[in-house]
Design a protein around this ligand. Structure first.
Ligand SMILES: [Zn+2]
Length: 177
């Protein structure tokens, strides 16, 4: 990579991950997923993904799970979606929602030497058992894909805690004193 393309954001992300590891700072599962996606956006995923995976987990209850590299076995595009733009691509399962089992995958082109392209050509949200329902995102829309995954209706315990705010009727007010 041209060294001039390494901008301040990339350096900052590298430093941040190094600091998390050096000081053994626990991070939530959603922060880990966001770090992974940010590293992808800035072309740093291959350099950082192993270290991001090693950061200590803080035991939160977020449903997002960054899959271990060993579990990121590429699938054929045709097996995860019926969309024709994925037909010739290989989809690497990447971030999973533990509630609805939806997976955010990176869809890579296959290089002539058999490996995967450095950059993903598409991103796809899919459930392994429901290829017709997959959502495909463009190469610059990985953050949008993560946002959709993170908005899983099954991952909103706070919604149940939303305080109702009944209108206080005049009869409940006490002006005495
Ligand atoms: Zn979900």
């Amino acid at each position: 990579m041209d060294r001039w393309s390494i901008g301040e954001q990339e350096s900052a992300l590298d430093l941040a991950v190094s600091a998390l590891l050096e000081h053994d700072i626990p991070i939530s599962a959603s922060i880990r997923a966001q770090l992974a996606v940010a590293s992808e956006m800035w072309g740093q995923r291959e350099a950082l993904e192993e270290r991001i995976g090693r950061c200590r987990a803080d035991g939160d209850v977020s449903a997002l799970r960054l899959l271990a590299l060993a579990d990121a076995v590429p699938l054929t595009g045709a097996s995860v979606s019926e969309r024709p733009e994925l037909a010739d691509l290989l989809v690497v399962p990447w971030i999973r929602c533990a509630v609805c089992e939806q997976v955010l995958g990176r869809a890579h082109e296959r290089e002539p030497w058999g490996g995967l392209s450095f950059l993903a050509a598409r991103y796809v949200l899919f459930r392994p058992e429901a290829p017709a329902q997959a959502q495909v995102f463009g190469s610059t829309s990985v953050w949008e894909a993560l946002t959709v995954l993170a908005s899983c209706p099954g991952d909103q315990p706070a919604a149940h805690l939303r305080l109702s705010h009944p209108r206080t009727s005049a009869s409940e007010l006490d002006f005495r004193g």
